[in-house]
Design a protein around this ligand. Structure first.
Ligand code: PGA
Length: 252
């Protein structure tokens, strides 16, 4: 079933104690105000996973890592495997964020290894895609983003693809305060959904959740989420304040 999802991406922010406080605040406001039929996910640093899982009611709040190792285990100093993430009680893993592609050299090949491991471990990948400003200005953004999918999640079996959540995040909108307009978001989401339909069929395309990310905030969330192909958001900056995050959750 196509789910409405609002996922926070805390990036490299908060220490463990601050993160636990933030997670508890989100959890208690969700408990109080409700989140209707929205799946709420908190994408937290690795160090916070266990404490955040323990601090929230996991029937209300899903916890996600923001990355995972490309190998299952072994001599990879400093890496965190899918098994480790899963054993904390986390349910999701954000993969392919543009910051990881750009600053840490994550290629489609690396992402395919991570996707396979995450799926095998039973984690739900939140797969990020999106174009840089030059590509948007050149007018080739639709083809570019579909190609990102073709090189990665379109290589999966239909059964595995069904477990993926997609987050479209135009790089020019991330952390810049410049959000994609409602029309730009809808156009890209419709483009992705039709590429999914061509690859896996209408039914699977209809069931795939496609989130928007990039300067989404309490002011613009309802307009973005009102689009028929926008199924929620991946929220960076605004997920660091419980009140803002809950307003976005309640923007539906
Ligand atoms: P932003 O980040 O909401 O701060 O723009 C979104 C993201 O990078 O996931």
């Amino acid at each position: 079933m196509r789910q409405k999802i609002v996922a926070g991406n805390w990036k490299c922010n908060t220490n463990v104690q601050e993160g636990v406080e933030l997670a508890k605040a989100v959890d208690s406001i969700v408990a109080e105000k409700g989140a209707d039929d929205v799946t709420v996910v908190l994408g937290v640093p690795f160090t916070h996973l266990t404490s955040v899982v323990d601090a929230v009611n996991i029937d209300r709040i899903n916890v996600s890592s923001q990355n995972c190792a490309a190998e299952a285990k072994g001599a990879y100093t400093g890496e965190v495997s899918v098994n480790m993430v899963k054993s904390t009680g986390a349910t999701h893993v954000i993969l392919g964020h543009s910051e990881r592609r750009e600053y840490y050299g994550e290629t489609s090949e690396i992402l395919n290894k991570k996707l396979a491991l995450a799926l095998e471990a039973g984690l739900t990948p939140i797969y990020c895609c999106g174009e840089a400003l030059e590509i948007r200005e050149a007018g080739t953004h639709n083809e570019f983003v579909v190609k990102q999918l073709e090189e990665t999640i379109f290589q999966l079996s239909a059964d595995d693809f069904k477990k993926i959540v997609i987050a479209y995040e135009p790089i020019w909108a991330i952390g810049t305060g410049v959000t994609a307009s409602s029309d730009q978001a809808q156009d890209m989401h419709a483009n992705l959904r039709s590429a999914i339909a061509a690859k896996f069929g209408e039914e699977i395309a209809e069931e795939t959740s496609i989130l928007y990310g990039g300067s989404c905030n309490p002011k613009n969330a309802s307009e973005l989420f009102a689009n028929k192909d926008v199924d929620g958001g991946l929220i960076g900056g605004a997920s660091l304040k419980a009140e803002d995050f809950i307003e976005i959750i309640n923007a539906y």
